[in-house]
Each structure stands twice: as structure tokens, then as C-alpha cells.
Write a protein that binds this ligand. Structure first.
Ligand code: UDP
Ligand code: GLC
Length: 380
């Protein structure tokens, strides 16, 4: 099957990293069309996946945008739509991986007469999207998509609650290659040395810096933990959240935590960094659609604590393979951290359970098979 994948982002967020894995088996006969240039293109090229940046014109619609702004941007995207229609005619299927890709993909699907698949990586709730954006996404999916692949039951439920047709949806989780997360002990030790982490209890937060990802919650919790507890924040402000970055630095300074919080920026050696941690914390203040970092921590054998909402609740069985805490509850998060500090043996057992479960449940081979079977059943 020849697939035209579409993604709006030039930067590698979780949805984009997931797309690399999905596009790989189709790389000899497919194209990934992007609506922005950047590091994601480079990653696709490194994976020998054909890629084309289809526009240099940024689409000025945000998750919170209303109808007027949406209509204004329509004029600017006409050349992009024409290009996508032309490309689509050479492929059997359009696969939209993001919301703006859904908008363009739906129009192209109509004019090029090609079926449309929408991979839903978002929770279409009022916390995440304006009502206009939710309506557009759901209506386009209902009218133009033959299949909606939801990245979790939480994303699927929100889609249906927003008016999406349940019979279009199938839940398929992100897949992972377990081998990538098997790290070399000496590499990890060296990293710990370089970062000055030896002898500390290290909590890692792996996420782009954005208010809803809740790095500030972890910093507040850290202030309630013993001196040996240290935090590494891995990730950058990918989508211009510079005010939040400033706010985080001020918070660290106000709490006198400068020696206990390290901002590492975006890193490509996440498995090694996770292996260097005693605990990985996921602290999103709104429901996380899936949460790749949670599964990645599990595959590294590092204990994980996550917000009790959204996809995280499908990944973690509390007390068995990880910890959950209510969104934004810094006291409860601090309590979990202190438990991990004191009950190392119990926590290690949980991390081992998590690793075994994650290898089985999120194995790339079986996830890719699910996608291939779904596409074959619908389109061949
Ligand atoms: N990530 C990375 N380098 C960083 C920070 C994050 O490669 O410095 C990766 C991380 O390993 C994960 C992805 O970015 O695979 C983030 O995906 P997730 O689903 O957790 O959240 P998203 O940012 O997509 O909402
Ligand atoms: C999106 C979501 C994230 C999910 C990723 C991959 O970026 O925010 O929760 O893990 O897509 O599906």
C-alpha cells in the first residue's frame, strides 16, 4: 500500500516519533509530507523515510483559536492544499497524523478521491482545545475519515464525547523497540558522572517544556523532599513556550533549588538518561493522551510515577507496576517520591513488573501488525 503521511510539525514531539515507527515499514513506497521544516525532517531522513516539506508558510491556528482566525488562515493554505491534492493522486491512502494534517488531508481526500485515515494523538477536551477546534476535528473526521486510530482509550472516549462516531475508531497504542531501551551500564555510569548525579536520588522529567506538562508541579514537590533528591528536566520548549521556561527558572530560584534542578534541554539519548534516574516523573496537569515517556521509563527498568488521568491510567496499575498521583497534587507526588526513596526493594520489583508488561504490550512488531491488518481490512 502506498501511503501519503501528513504531519504539521517540523519538530519531533511524541506524535512525530510515533509516525517514524509507523511509516518505516512503508518507506519504499510512501512519502511523509510536512507543513514545516526542522529536526523532524532530519530524523525521517536518518530513518530512510522519504520526506518533503510541503510549505514554508506557518499555519497560524493554535489549539485555542476560534473560527475567525481559522477562516483567515484558509486563504494562506490554498497553495498547500493544491500541492497535497497533486501528491495524493500518486498514493492509495492519505494518513493524517495531526489536527492541521486532518484539515488539509480531508480536503485533499475529497478532491483526489483517496481514502483518509486519521491518527488521533490528542484528547479533544476543553482543557486542550477550543470548542471550534474540537468541532472542526470531529466533523472532518466523521465526514471524511474511513478510520480513526486513537492512541489510547482516553483519546477515543474524548473523541466520542466531542461528537465523533465511535464506529470509526480503533485504539492502537504506540509501539516501541525494547532493545533500544537496553542500555550499557558503563555508558550510564559515565553519564551520571558527567551530570554530577552520583550519590543523588535522581528524578527525571522527560517532556517538552510546556505548562500542561507540569514541570512546575515536580519542582514544588522537590521542595518537600530531602536534600539528596535531584531533578533533571529533559526537553525543550518546542512550540515557543518561553514564558513558561522563565517561570520555571524563577520558581527554582525562589525555592533555592538551583543545585537540585538541572535543565538539560532536548536530548536524543533518552534511554541512557532514563536509566541514570531512580524515578521518572510524569506530571501533566491535564489528561495525557498516551504518554510515550511512561512506557519508555518502564522499558528502561526505571520506576515511574504519573498523573492519574488520561492514557497514563491505561499504562500503570498502581502499586503493581508504577505509581499514580492526582493531577497537580504536589504533596501526594512528594509522598510517592519519599516512598521510593525509602522502599527501594519494593520499587525495584514494581519496575521489573513494568518492564515485562511493557515489552509484551507495546512491542513494535505487534503494534505495526495491528496497523497493517487494520489498513488491509479496510482498504484492500
Ligand atoms: N523526548 C526526546 N528528547 C527530549 C524529551 C523528550 O526524545 O529531550 C521524547 C520522549 O522520549 C518521548 C517524546 O519525546 O518519546 C515525547 O512524547 P510523549 O508522548 O511523552 O509526549 P508529547 O510531547 O508527545 O505530548
Ligand atoms: C501526542 C500526545 C502524547 C502521545 C503522543 C504519541 O503527542 O500528547 O500523549 O504519547 O502523541 O501518541
Amino acid at each position: 500500500m502506498k501511503i501519503l503521511f501528513l504531519d504539521q510539525s517540523g519538530k519531533p514531539g511524541g506524535a512525530e516519533l510515533c509516525l517514524i515507527d509507523i511509516a518505516k515499514p512503508y518507506r519504499d513506497r510512501s512519502l511523509v509530507g510536512l507543513f514545516a521544516d526542522g529536526g523532524f525532517k532530519t530524523l525521517l531522513q536518518q530513518n530512510q523515510i522519504p520526506v518533503e516539506v510541503l510549505t514554508n508558510q506557518a499555519i497560524q491556528v493554535k489549539k485555542s483559536s476560534g473560527l475567525i482566525q481559522g477562516l483567515k488562515s484558509l486563504r494562506l493554505i490554498i497553495p498547500l492544499i493544491i500541492k497535497v491534492i497533486k501528491r495524493a493522486r500518486k498514493y492509495d491512502l492519505i494518513y493524517a497524523n495531526t489536527q492541521k494534517a486532518l484539515v488539509i488531508g480531508a480536503i485533499a481526500s475529497f478532491f483526489a478521491r483517496r481514502p483518509l485515515v486519521y491518527h488521533l494523538h490528542d484528547i479533544l477536551s476543553k482543557e486542550h482545545f477550543s470548542q471550534t477546534n474540537r468541532r472542526i476535528a470531529v466533523n472532518l473526521a466523521n465526514h471524511f475519515a474511513s478510520v480513526v486510530i486513537a492512541n489510547s482509550q482516553a483519546s477515543q472516549t474524548a473523541f466520542v464525547q466531542a461528537g465523533g462516531h465511535a464506529n470509526l475508531t480503533t485504539v492502537i497504542y504506540n509501539g516501541f523497540e525494547p532493545e533500544i531501551y537496553q542500555t550499557d551500564e558503563s555508558d550510564v555510569r559515565q553519564l551520571q558522572q558527567e551530570l554530577g548525579l552520583i550519590g543523588k536520588f535522581v528524578i527525571g522529567h522527560f517532556s517538552r517544556l510546556a505548562p500542561w506538562k507540569g514541570q512546575h508541579i515536580l519542582i514544588d514537590a522537590l521542595a518537600q523532599c530531602p536534600q539528596q533528591v535531584t531533578v533533571i528536566l529533559v526537553g525543550d520548549a518546542l512550540f515557543g513556550e518561553q514564558d513558561y521556561v522563565k517561570q520555571l527558572h524563577n520558581q527554582v530560584a525562589d525555592l533555592g533549588l538551583e543545585n537540585r534542578v538541572k535543565f538539560l534541554g532536548f536530548r536524543s539519548n533518552v534511554p541512557q538518561l532514563m536509566a541514570a534516574c531512580d524515578l521518572v516523573a510524569h506530571t501533566s496537569i491535564f489528561a495525557e493522551p498516551f504518554g510515550r515517556v511512561i512506557v519508555e521509563a518502564m522499558l528502561c527498568g526505571t520506576p515511574v510515577v504519573a498523573t492519574q488521568a488520561g492514557g497514563a491510567m491505561e499504562l500503570i496499575e498502581p502499586g503493581i507496576n508504577g505509581f499514580l498521583f492526582p493531577p497537580g497534587d504536589t504533596q501526594e507526588l512528594a509522598r510517592v517520591i519519599n516512598t521510593c526513596l525509602q522502599e527501594r526493594h519494593k520499587t525495584t520489583t514494581m519496575a521489573n513488573n513494568a518492564r515485562k508488561m511493557a515489552i509484551q504490550r507495546f512491542n513494535m512488531t505487534s503494534i505495526n501488525r495491528q496497523i497493517a491488518q487494520l489498513l488491509a481490512a479496510k482498504f484492500s
